[in-house]
Design a protein. Structure first.
Length: 381
């Protein structure tokens, strides 16, 4: 059976170079970075070199990079800490954020009685900046949490505009950048974000590791207590092999960014063209058909399939060896409708099945031809 992996927004395959580097670290550098003997010092040196390397990609200082277990922990670290430690009373966000943000905000509302305000969206799910400014003008002690790239429909937030607006109104700005780090360059001296979340497994690095950017002199305190690791922000023995793997994956991603971005962009453009040519009535959710306001890494497709056939679609794709998803991988085991699509689609389109296909450098046009043929056969059956 042919195997086609098009769920790269959920997780990516490790690069061979990353596997080799991690294997070498696992074999040769097993010391605890907090130990004072030579084994520990070697691990500590590796850890801090990785921190410096990662900081350099974003034009920040090494002390502003805090290693975490991934994007979810980084989101929690930022949002919980600003409410608990900085007296934040309002979270301004959107209804299309990742659940790592939405569920955290809901829990903080229960614990601290904060107010959650949702910014309006247009028909594609893009932020209404005029409404965001209105919310900021009427808010006091607020943090704005808006993702840079939506993980389901691929919309790109004008991150500079959002950051500038927050700064103008003295609000903190947090952004879940899990889908953009490793795929887009970002100078954090030009974008005044206070906190961001990143996860290595989205850019061909290992699972279980990520980082939180915390702007210096933020005033927040630890979320996890224990040792003094990560400058006191995050207790627990650092996973050196994972951190080195993340560093290696990020280095390769940014070194090859222009060529790889063009390759994957061409795949997306080709896929859209072939879907339109072969499936009458196909629609593209959010702004994912827009090559400027949407990421080059994914499309979210509303297919011309009768509602009664919809439950079988993903099952049939899986039988044909095609890996994709109907939304975030974190909720793919649920039968609930995507909260992102619910926020932006009308009732008629919600009745039809929507599938997210996400691409990487390991995909080919021949694979996309196969997927289109399978979809065409299912639609016409």
């Amino acid at each position: 059976m042919k195997q086609v992996y098009l769920d790269n927004a959920a997780t990516t395959a490790l690069r061979t170079e990353v596997i080799d580097r991690m294997t070498q670290i696992l074999q040769d550098n097993f010391g605890n970075a907090s130990s004072t003997h030579s084994f520990g010092r070697t691990s500590k040196a590796l850890l801090e070199q990785c921190r410096k390397n990662i900081a350099s990609y974003f034009n920040v200082t090494a002390s502003e990079i805090v290693f975490t277990s991934g994007g979810t922990e980084a989101d929690n670290l930022a949002l919980r800490s600003v409410v608990r430690d900085l007296g934040i009373t309002e979270i301004i966000t959107s209804k299309v954020e990742h659940h790592a943000v939405l569920y955290t905000a809901e829990q903080l509302q229960k614990e601290y009685n904060i107010t959650i305000k949702f910014v309006d969206l247009d028909d594609c799910g893009l932020i209404n900046f005029e409404h965001l400014e209105q919310l900021l003008k009427s808010s006091d002690k607020a943090v704005v949490s808006l993702m840079h790239i939506n993980n389901e429909v691929g919309n790109i937030l004008d991150i500079k505009r959002a950051a500038k607006l927050c700064k103008t109104h003295n609000a903190l700005f947090h952004s879940d950048m899990v889908q953009s780090i490793g795929h887009y360059k970002l100078d954090l001296q030009e974008v005044s974000v206070d906190f961001l979340a990143a996860s290595a497994h989205k850019f061909h690095g290992p699972k279980g590791v990520g980082f939180c950017f915390i702007r210096k002199e933020s005033g927040i305190k630890p979320l996890i207590f224990g040792g003094e690791q990560e400058r006191g922000y995050r207790a627990g023995t650092e996973s050196i092999h994972n951190i080195v793997g993340m560093d290696e994956a990020l280095k390769i991603a940014y070194t090859n960014l222009d060529d790889e971005k063009k390759y994957v962009s061409d795949l997306k453009t080709y896929f859209i063209k072939e879907l339109k040519a072969n499936l009458t009535g196909v629609n593209f959710n959010g702004g994912c058909e827009d090559t400027i306001n949407s990421t080059y890494t994914l499309v979210n497709v509303c297919l011309p399939i009768a509602p009664e056939k919809a439950p079988m679609l993903q099952f049939q794709l899986d039988l044909k060896g095609i890996a994709c998803s109907k939304g975030s991988a974190c909720q793919s085991g649920s039968n609930q409708q995507s909260h992102v699509l619910t926020a932006i689609l009308d009732a008629n389109h919600l009745k039809r099945p929507s599938i997210r296909f996400s691409f990487s450098i390991f995909n080919t046009k021949a694979e996309l031809d196969y997927v289109v043929s399978v979809l065409k056969e299912f639609v016409n059956s």
